[in-house]
Write a protein that binds this ligand. Structure first.
Ligand code: AMP
Length: 377
């Protein structure tokens, strides 16, 4: 067991690491963060911010030498870096989890081979592959890069085979995956955690709304029948067990109009759709990650009050600094800002969480509070 007072190493330095570091600091741990950037969201909270490339394996070894366990908040780290770290400290979740989750094609193949429900998909390495895949899967379909994609980056929707060449060019002719386009009724996700001894806890299914492929609003709990909620939880449990995850993992699903769940993707770390847990649950997803990777018993995931989360993207800064006082005027709304210096369009700068007696009210408050941010007086 890695006890308070020990040092935790975090690969990556964004908002997920920041909120992890806040949870770890609260419990008396020290935190070192490793990334190529400086004055980062995680570095502002951590005891030490190590600035080096993920490919600098000696720097990774040095980092791991000074911590009791290495975890991550950014999963697109190479296997070589994970192996270098694991020479000196346990890496949790393990490299095999990263290897699977960071590459769409490996992830989908793994899920399908183990009987988990996914949308029909095909590997695409050439125009001929793509035309054959479109013939089999049909249109509309979505072409995605096989590796290193997130928030809809490296994706294009194909509505007719004439667009095949153009779609391949847009992805830079990299290895890709073609998926059937799912006309979903809604998107839901389950954030869950698993400990070293196999204990499993989950936060239940939450409903997610995306805008421009980026998460916009999460509502907890999801307004779905309890049978579907249970099914989403059981699929998530299966994925964490099959992958032998130690830590936190999020499984994102499409829910079809026929009531069928299909996994869209998995993330082997705390997830944007679990941010509500920071304010609304007995144990947040970040503290849960800490407990899991330190070998401590997992905490209760109980939802204290229905909640809704709204992301704050850099776009909100378009006409100047948002009106923070206006959001704080909503007494049940919490403001989270990640300390990022440049508010670029589409960049996740922070989020709001609203708590209420019903999930519908929470969603309404969080939308109103976010709208109030851009009213300048
Ligand atoms: P991803 O980066 O794969 O998670 O995709 C981001 C978002 O794009 C998803 O949350 C969906 O809203 C949308 N999307 C991705 N794949 C599909 C698909 N096969 N069918 C319909 N919508 C999709």
């Amino acid at each position: 067991m890695i006890l308070p007072g020990s040092t935790i190493g975090v690969l990556g330095s964004g908002q997920l690491g920041r909120m992890f570091a806040i949870a770890a600091r609260r419990m008396g741990y020290r935190v070192h963060t490793f990334s190529p950037d400086q004055d980062t969201p995680t570095g502002q909270i951590a005891d030490e911010e190590i600035i080096a490339s993920y490919d600098d394996l000696d720097a990774v070894r040095n980092f791991a030498r000074n911590v009791s366990v290495v975890t991550f908040e950014f999963e697109n780290v190479s296997s070589a870096a994970v192996e270098a770290a694991s020479e000196f400290a346990p890496v949790r979740p393990g490299g095999h989890v990263l290897h699977t989750a960071q590459h769409r094609l490996r992830e989908k193949t793994f899920l399908a081979n183990h009987g988990f429900p996914v949308a029909p998909f095909k590997r695409v390495a050439s125009l001929d592959d793509l035309l054959a895949a479109l013939n089999e899967i049909g249109c509309p379909a979505v072409l995605k890069t096989a590796g290193f994609g997130y928030d809809g980056k490296g994706q294009s929707k194909i509505t007719s085979p004439d667009q095949a060449q153009e779609a391949l060019n847009a992805l830079g002719n990299q290895e890709a995956i073609l998926e059937a386009f799912i006309n979903f009724e809604r998107e839901v996700s389950v954030v869950a955690a698993r400990s070293i001894d196999g204990a499993f806890v989950h936060y239940g299914a939450v409903a997610n709304e995306h805008r421009n492929h980026i998460l916009d609003i999460t509502v907890a709990p999801a307004p779905i029948p309890s049978r579907i909620n249970q099914e989403a939880i059981e699929i998530t449990r299966g994925v964490l067990e099959t992958l032998d995850v130690v830590g936190v993992m999020c499984v994102e699903f499409f829910l079809t109009p026929q009531g069928k769940l299909l996994i869209n993707e998995t993330a082997p770390r705390p997830h944007n759709s679990g941010h509500f847990s920071f304010d609304a649950c007995v144990t947040s997803q970040f503290e849960q990650q800490l407990r899991a990777v330190c070998g401590l018993p997992l905490g209760s995931t109980e939802l204290l009050r229905p909640a809704a989360m709204a992301n704050l993207l850099g776009d909100l800064w378009q006409d100047g600094e948002p009106n923070w006082a206006a959001a704080c005027a909503f007494p049940n709304v919490k403001v989270h800002l990640y300390g990022k210096l440049a508010p670029r369009k589409g960049r996740k700068m922070g989020h709001l969480t609203a708590l209420a007696t019903t999930a519908e009210d929470a969603e309404q408050y969080v939308r109103e509070a976010r709208a109030a941010l851009i009213k300048h007086f």
